[in-house]
Design a binder for this molecule. Structure first.
Ligand SMILES: [Zn+2]
Length: 326
């Protein structure tokens, strides 16, 4: 039965292949007559032209100094002003300071609010941002129930999201984040329905392409997640790498660094933090072995990259996000 079934199936497949080849041949002949091929680029030629914003405003990527934590603000120029994507917020004590900083930078609406993973050094004051700002979309990876945090920051975030009738869009490898045409975001990790023991490995790893310039944001993803990204064959190459897990030696493996092949590395961490971040092994790999320029928010304050789609410029020592004394 199954054998016959199989034979029937392959015969049917054979017939379909013949029809497909025939249809394709007809299409190619008519396409050729219609002159379609004349406009096709050479194989391996240029990808669709990148068009920067009309007023030539640059892309702005801020690695905000929120002490021992992560917060990146990505501002994409568009026809109606900037599209603002806030990736992580730092701890709760930065709530007022972050809101103030965002307003000073001209952010009135957070078009996309992204939580890399639900640890408080990344989303401690995210609920406040939902409460205080007009928010477009909210993105977050989904953790298995038993690993979902029970912190008040996380509960508050879900409550504020619900109060504002927002929905959370799940982030997983292969997903994309909607943004104005000139910018393309692709999510490289975590795999959908993946089980990790370490919550850090659920971090959304996000690659931003803006013209010829590229950024990779890794949250706290560790080497196991990096390995999976390479296994899955994602293009991880980036000019600017936000090193995973605050420069811990549990992230930024040699192989991953080889694949990303960055020109600049950014480490987001707090001065004199109790974890010893960034670890000296990571710095050794980045600086001594690969000769990269490394920016650290604990030493350089807020770091800003600007891109016109071709060239990157970098500025350091911008004001840190003020924290409320506890
Ligand atoms: Zn962290």
């Amino acid at each position: 039965m199954s054998k016959n079934g199989k034979r029937d199936g392959s015969r049917r497949a054979g017939v379909s292949v013949i029809s497909l080849v025939f249809a394709l041949a007809v299409l190619i002949i008519s396409a050729h007559q219609a002159g379609w091929f004349q406009n096709w680029p050479e194989a391996g030629g240029a990808s669709p032209a990148f068009s920067p914003s009309e007023d030539q405003s640059p892309l702005l990527v801020y690695f905000l100094d929120v002490g021992q934590g992560d917060s990146q603000l990505i501002r994409i120029p568009g026809e109606t002003g900037y599209f603002n994507l806030l990736l992580d917020t730092g701890e709760y004590k930065y709530a007022d300071g972050l809101a103030q900083t965002l307003r000073e930078l001209g952010v009135e609406t957070i078009d996309a609010l992204v939580c890399s993973h639900p640890h408080t050094d990344h989303m401690g004051c995210m609920a406040r941002m939902v409460q205080w700002f007009e928010v477009g979309s909210v993105y977050m990876p989904l953790l298995p129930k038993e690993q979902t945090p029970t912190s008040s920051a996380y509960e508050a975030l879900l409550d504020r999201v619900e109060e504002k009738n927002l929905v959370i869009t799940q982030l997983y490898a292969g997903a994309q984040i909607a943004a104005p045409g000139a910018a393309q975001f692709q999510v490289l990790a975590p795999r959908k329905d993946q089980d990790w023991e370490e919550v850090n490995n659920y971090s959304a790893v996000i690659r931003l392409e803006y013209g010829e310039t590229t950024f990779l944001f890794t949250g706290d993803a560790e080497q196991d997640s990096e390995e999976e990204i390479l296994e899955d064959g994602y293009l991880a190459e980036a000019d600017v790498l936000k090193c995973g897990h605050h420069g811990s030696s549990s992230s930024t493996s040699q192989e991953f660094l080889e694949a990303v092949s960055p020109r600049y590395a950014v480490i987001s961490c707090g001065e004199g933090n109790r974890y010893g971040h960034p670890h000296k092994e990571t710095l050794e790999t980045l600086e001594s072995q690969r000769g990269l320029t490394v920016f650290r928010t604990d030493q350089d304050g807020t770091v800003l990259f600007q891109s016109d789609g071709e060239t990157l410029t970098c500025e350091t020592d911008l004001p840190s996000v003020p924290a409320k004394e506890s």
